[in-house]
Ligand binder design. Structure first.
Ligand code: FE
Ligand code: FE
Ligand code: ZN
Length: 277
């Protein structure tokens, strides 16, 4: 079965997202834990959470994916921004324990000129200070397009971060199809080669989720602009290969394509028709 969902607005709470997901035949979803361009978080409504957990169970949802705000930068050159990132990570992890055993995706960060090694050192510091043994949430480092000074556009950088994390069983990777193509991994012509590379460098056992997006930009462009499924430089053939690949097909897929809910419903329908039974 294709496990798929899309990014939904969290402003109406968990039950609202779950109902929307069910309506479009999704069995999971992604959402922002707080304002994606700021840091404000709404108080969590315990009744909403309780009802959500019941709905998710009844409808056989697979893991939902929380996404950290874009503005979170654990490897900023500015200490106050790094401290804020730790504060947000700690608070998000605490909040996510209300919906246990799910996943939390974040962008490793931008080193803003200090260099990759300095940046990686700070990312690792933020994670080692905020992860805790008791958490049930799996943290996912997202593969990035390499826009500006983003860290995480090379598998080697992600591997380096994971190597330095103390609680390694709490950390995994979310592969974004738009981002890796933009970063120079040619999944159009050599999906097998890219996955072999991922396996050698990071290990496929660390791969926990896929952000399924087409790309507006040509190969290796480092721009990070998502396109609707089948309408970008990846195209429908590559997307079909990705969702059916034996090493990927059982992972949860999350759409972050430029769509409203109707567009997502159509994409999910299309993807289900392309999934080999
Ligand atoms: Fe992301
Ligand atoms: Fe993404
Ligand atoms: Zn993106």
């Amino acid at each position: 079965m294709l496990n798929i969902g899309c990014h939904l607005s969290s402003s109406g709470g968990y039950v609202n997202m779950a109902k929307q997901a069910i309506e479009i035949n999704a069995n999971t979803f992604q959402f922002f834990t707080r304002n994606p361009r700021g840091f404000k978080a709404k108080a969590i409504d315990k009744d909403d959470v309780k009802e959500f957990l019941q709905i998710a169970k009844e409808n056989n949802f697979v893991k939902i994916l929380a996404h950290a705000p874009y503005t979170l930068n654990p490897c900023s050159a500015d200490k106050s921004i790094r401290d804020l990132a730790k504060e947000i990570l700690t608070d998000d992890l605490k909040r996510l324990e209300l919906t246990p055993n799910n996943m939390y995706n974040f962008h490793p960060g931008s080193h803003v000129g200090q260099g990759i090694q300095e940046g990686i050192k700070y990312i690792v510091e933020a994670l080692n200070e905020t992860l805790n043994k008791k958490q049930t949430t799996m943290i996912l480092l997202e593969t990035m397009a390499g826009k500006g000074s983003e860290i995480g556009s090379k598998f080697e950088e992600i591997r380096q971060i994971i190597d330095l994390i103390e609680l390694k069983d709490k950390i995994g990777v979310c592969l974004d199809t738009c981002h890796i193509y933009d970063a120079g991994y040619d999944i159009v012509n050599d999906l097998n080669g890219v996955l072999n590379d991922f396996d050698k460098v990071i290990g496929l056992s660390k791969l926990k989720a896929i952000h399924l997006n087409d790309s507006m930009n040509p190969f290796n462009n480092h721009k990070d602009r998502h396109q609707k499924i089948g309408q970008g430089s990846l195209g429908i053939k590559t997307i079909t290969n990705v969702i059916n690949h034996p090493k990927l097909r059982n992972l949860p897929f999350y759409l972050e394509t430029p769509n409203e809910i109707d567009g997502y419903a159509q994409e999910i329908k299309l993807l289900k028709s392309l999934y080999y039974l």
